[in-house]
Design a binder for this molecule. Structure first.
Ligand code: FES
Ligand code: FES
Length: 159
């Protein structure tokens, strides 16, 4: 085992400092050191998006990043997104049945949150292109797209 290094970041608004191996991926840091298992590992090879979190507001596949690369960053996981009541994207996934087994859902929701910040008035095609890095083996994507469009409408109406 390699000597540990200390990594500190703010996760969902709380300071988190842990000694981990330098090779620790951000997703491992979040799941194993911080105990936040809402973020999933689907492929471990940057293909599926199940591990998507926000790092300083940008969506990142957390299996593609070392924990050390997020040192001093502010990270938001699905647990933080829903901490103060469901985010409109979570609400829309619930209402529009945008999930089945749920394995992809945390990553899909985090990617959708980031996508809607960049494109608050997307077309269906925009949503499909914007979320193409996130794979779902269950839903056929239709209800996910419907949910993201519905969330966009709800967020616009709330402004
Ligand atoms: S687990 Fe990170 S992209 Fe699949
Ligand atoms: S709901 Fe099962 S993988 Fe997407």
């Amino acid at each position: 085992m390699m000597p540990a290094m200390q990594i500190s970041m703010t996760v969902n608004g709380t300071a988190c400092t842990h000694d981990v191996e330098p090779r620790t991926l951000l997703v491992q840091f979040l799941r194993e050191a911080c105990g936040l298992t809402g973020t999933k590992v689907g492929c471990d090879t940057s293909s599926c998006g199940a591990c998507t979190v926000l790092v300083d507001g940008e969506s990142v596949k957390s299996c593609t990043m070392l924990g050390a690369q997020a040192d001093c960053a502010a990270v938001t996981t699905i647990e933080g997104l829903g901490a103060a009541g469901w985010h409109p994207v979570q609400q829309a996934f619930h209402e529009k049945h945008g999930l089945q087994c749920g394995f992809c859902t945390a990553g899909m929701v985090m990617a959708a949150v980031s996508f809607l910040e960049e494109n608050p008035e997307p077309t269906e095609r925009d949503v499909r292109l914007g979320l193409e890095g996130n794979l779902c083996r269950c839903t056929g994507y239709h209800n996910i797209v419907v949910a993201v469009l519905s969330a966009a409408d709800a967020m616009k109406a709330a402004k």
